[in-house]
Design a protein around this ligand. Structure first.
Ligand code: IPD
Length: 274
């Protein structure tokens, strides 16, 4: 049936703003490292869990037949509505820990399986919890920051392009990722590793960077940001025509996308052994 994507974006915004306030308040109170995941670099704070619990409760109270898919708790079934809420309670955890003001709450509503290769994102909100900036997009309805329409930078040649990227937590993959950066550094204006993929994609939408790529993103890292970037005019895909996924995500306006794609593939970015 017809889905009210604007209405879903409104719910997502209300809930993301509340979670962002919690996240910011807890940082003012002083965060502590509660546990570590696969690697000591991958720091999970108690706040991560608290934020996700709050988001899950608020969503399911309003949308009891939707599915929920979050970084901390994983899936809770697909729901009966065919819609799933894909949630990162704090994207940019390391920035959060160190107090670098670039961390966000990310919420997307997708239709279909909770797999970025197959889903269709309908609505997305990313809130920078340190600054309060609200990025929002609705499929086919454009993207905004605090209500102001967003557009990617247009016609940027590769040698004038400021490119964002990120590194996963696995040491072997990081070394491989460094190899791509090494190849690109001489070709582009510069590279940024800001620390929150969700915000990187929103910054791309806003023209704060010109392109973004990363191997190894989790669905909740890019679900919302990818829709914001796409609705602001970016092409957001994997390599060689594949949909964006944990294998690869590349995002930029069409011309720059092609130029970056060519250089990344030449540098071995489509080697799936890393
Ligand atoms: C991380 C951030 C980072 C990216 C990593 C992600 P987290 O998410 O988005 O920028 O480079 O790949 O895992 O762990 O802070 O939610």
């Amino acid at each position: 049936g017809a889905v009210d994507a604007e209405g879903l974006a409104g719910i997502a915004e209300r809930i993301a703003v509340r979670a962002a306030e919690l996240v910011a308040r807890r940082r003012r109170d002083g965060v502590s490292v509660a546990a570590t995941k696969s690697n000591p670099v991958d720091i999970v704070t108690a706040v991560d869990r608290e934020s996700e619990d709050l988001i899950r409760e608020l969503i399911l109270a309003e949308r009891p037949s939707d599915g929920f898919f979050g970084e901390e708790s994983g899936g809770s079934g697909t729901g009966t509505s065919g819609l799933t809420w894909v949630v990162d309670p704090i994207d940019g955890t390391v920035n959060y820990l160190y107090g670098i003001p670039d961390y966000a709450v990310s919420i997307a509503v997708v239709r279909g399986e909770p797999d970025p290769r197959r889903w269709e994102a309908l609505a997305a909100v990313v809130v920078n919890a340190a600054t309060g900036e609200v990025f929002r997009a609705v499929r086919g309805g454009g993207a905004t920051r605090d209500g102001v329409p967003l557009r990617v930078n247009s016609g940027v040649p590769v040698d004038r392009a400021l490119i964002g990227t990120g590194f996963g937590y696995d040491p072997r993959r990081r070394v491989w990722q460094a190899g791509l950066v090494r190849e690109l550094l001489a070709e582009v204006r510069d590279i940024r590793r800001l620390g929150s993929a969700a915000l990187d994609l929103c910054y791309l939408a806003q023209g704060r960077i010109d392109g973004f790529f990363e191997r190894g993103l989790q669905p909740w890292d890019h679900a919302a940001g990818a829709l914001v970037a796409a609705e602001a005019g970016a092409r957001v895909e994997g390599l060689n025509g594949a949909p964006a996924s944990s294998d690869f995500l590349l995002a930029a306006e069409e011309g720059l996308f092609s130029a970056l794609h060519e250089r990344l593939v030449a540098a071995g970015a489509d080697d799936t052994s890393f």
